[in-house]
Design a protein around this ligand. Sequence first.
Ligand code: ADP
Ligand code: MG
Length: 340
Amino acid sequence: MSFNSCDMAVDLGTANTRVYVGGRGIVVNEPSVVAINTHTGGIVAVGSEARDMIGRARSNIVAVRPLKDGVIADLEISGWMLRYFILKVRKRRWEARPRIVVCVPSCVTGVERRAVVEAATQAGARQVHLIEEPIAAAIGAGLPVHEATGNMVVDIGGGTTEVAVISFGDIITAQSIRVAGDELDDTIAQHIKKEYHLLIGEHTAEHLKVTVGSAVRELGPDEYIEIRGRDLITGLPRMTAVSTIKIRKAIEEPVNAIVDSVKNILYTCPPELSGDIIDRGIVLTGGGALLHGLNERLRHETGMPVHIADEPLTAAALGAGRCVEEFGALRRVLSRRIRT
Ligand code: ADP
Ligand code: MG
């Protein structure tokens, strides 16, 4: 089946939204953030611009991450955001109405799915198809999801970690936990608050995670890194040097939860498929796949080969995009088709 040049895929991630347009590739890659004026209820900004307002704008402007914990925390705002990104790409409204594939976290409920479909329809979609994130991520990572072999993918995003074994285009066994990038950031912020009596913003916590966070305990001398925040007691801005070893220790618990969910899926995996995983290994996608030492840690704890996808952050968008390009071949993995 052919596709229109305006057909598109949207990866509605808890941290970032990406829009893939047929024949063109990824054209939007922005944080899933909406800035709202609390006096008027109106939208002030969406995406990168809204993200830059987090913790910085006037008090009547709040930046909301509508999908924060992996569920669609705010249906209405999620809908606005999805519509905004689709319309951003779909400037020439007289063009044929597009077919849109939307990648959603696998734990979204029926009500949330309907809200996504409705928002995409309002933005002009002719047909809306939903795809679950682990399947999209596996396709984007180049796994042969259609074959009769077990493929294991671990997608670590902002709000959720999704672990799934896929065979014949279907999820055979899966688990989604609400421990992922955001939880690591929160844990780091809590640790800094407790140890140094310093309040830090979420950007600072994320920066610490990316630069010095690790999933393995490394031996060697401790290093100190300088950070800025607000003193919990005096209320004044303050700079302090924090220990990188202590930060790694602080995130041990959430990292262990991620490792355990991978092990749980291995325990529940049908034996034939386990055999495939021994040969083919586990593929990591999502931004959390880049956490220092995580691949090594998983290799060590499971004994399986572990690979990081070539483009972990965009794997799900690329996979959903392939469903747009090769609609006929991949339609089986799309969980439902809704004509409008
Ligand atoms: P989602 O699919 O939920 O939108 P993404 O796959 O875009 O999420 O991943 C975003 C998460 O990945 C964020 O929590 C971000 O901090 C984290 N991340 C991005 N790069 C790195 C890195 N180099 N190391 C650790 N975490 C990272
Ligand atoms: Mg994602």
